[in-house]
Design a protein around this ligand. Sequence first.
Ligand code: GLU
Length: 476
Amino acid sequence: MNYKTRFAPSPTGYLHIGGLRTALYNYLFIKKYGGKMILRIEDTDRERYIANADKQIIDTLKTFGINFDIGPYYQSERLDLYKKFVQQLISEDKAYYCFCSKERLEKLREEQQKNKQIPKYDRHCTSLSKKEIQEKLNNNESFVIRLKLPENEDVVFEDEVYGQVKINTKDLDDQVLLKSDGYPTYHLAVVIDDHDMGISHIIRGEEWLPSTPKHIILYKMFSWEIPKFIHLPLLLNPDRSKLSKRQGDVAAEDFLKKGYLPEAIINYIAFLGWNPKTTKEIYSMDELIQDFSVDKINKAGAVFDVDKLNWINAEYIKNIVKEKGEKYKEIIKILPNYIKETTNEKMLEKIFIVLSSRLNYFEQLKEDSQFFFNLQNYNADHLIFKKSNKELTIKGLKIVKESLESLNDELIEEQINTLLNKVMTQNNLNPGDIFWPLRFALSGLEKSPSPAEILWILGKDESLKRINLAIEKLEK
Ligand code: GLU
């Protein structure tokens, strides 16, 4: 069997995290089992169409390392094909013209709702004769084409994840296939394209599961082979409502902008609905491909947990700093995007190295690095550790100051630590008399990197300035 999958986004805006997950699973599937992946832009909803959204989606997919083999196809360029098949259905009495006005349909729906009936079209236009239809067409009356559902027929299909789905046609509506603007609806175009493009496996979000019976009916009407369906579990907010913008970012682009690594995002979202059933949590794309299998896709909705994404991204950052490879060099180059207070490359790199161990994503560098450039005003009391006192704190800071003055301009982290430990023991002081006040004097913060790390970044002059200021505040 020739495997073919497709990712079929609608160009209605950014790439949703759920869309990225769908694209990823299609990609993993096709790389794992062999075959080709198609990109198809489903741009038939002209009201929701956003110019250039397609290009942005394509660029974003590329950034994430998801490459397709064929396409992009655009449904808007395939209108003749859809019309041809609609004509075929009409001639076989499987679809019909509907000239009902919006107002009539509205009224019908209201009445049905009042009578507690399922709202659906009442087949008013099926009574039109060929002649009447032709007259209306000649008069340029607006129309849609509707599917003529078989009556009281069970539609049954197997989903690879959700199992058997069964519904009777009496619970379905005569779906619009062709809209009054001449564009097909999603339901018509998706079936024609999936067939025409030879798609073997349809992998998409669970929200399309209820639409699938309508698609099955069309496959049967055309006598086409039915592809395999793999629906992916819903993505949820932490409160288990459907993942939405109201509770945080949902655009893949937003996470890239914040400075999450594409590899880490991929790693995280691979787990949203799939579980390798091991304890391993860090997966490269190649490892994901190797371990991916459809039978490990879950049915239950997957909660999008930013804390977990943060943890994974932090692991990637630590690893990059440890390995100091190509990726490290790339990151060093983009640091000025986040830290705008200096262009000193050495300093930027040092800041990154020191902050990297506590970093979840790069945008945090903006705020976390502030104290290197702007020491905030603080109260002298903060300099005194709870087990120390003013005199010992002043003593500690003065000793540090003197020993720092004897060092070179270029301070080295280990050297500083050795020095601090030496002067502490020599002078019979405790860590609280030296390390605490020094760290606070240098950062002005309750929490910060260690004094040696800050000294290494600030250099001798700025550090001495900050220590002097602290002594002044204490002696006041
Ligand atoms: N255009 C649909 C979407 O934006 C695709 C649904 C499908 O994959 O069949 O999600």
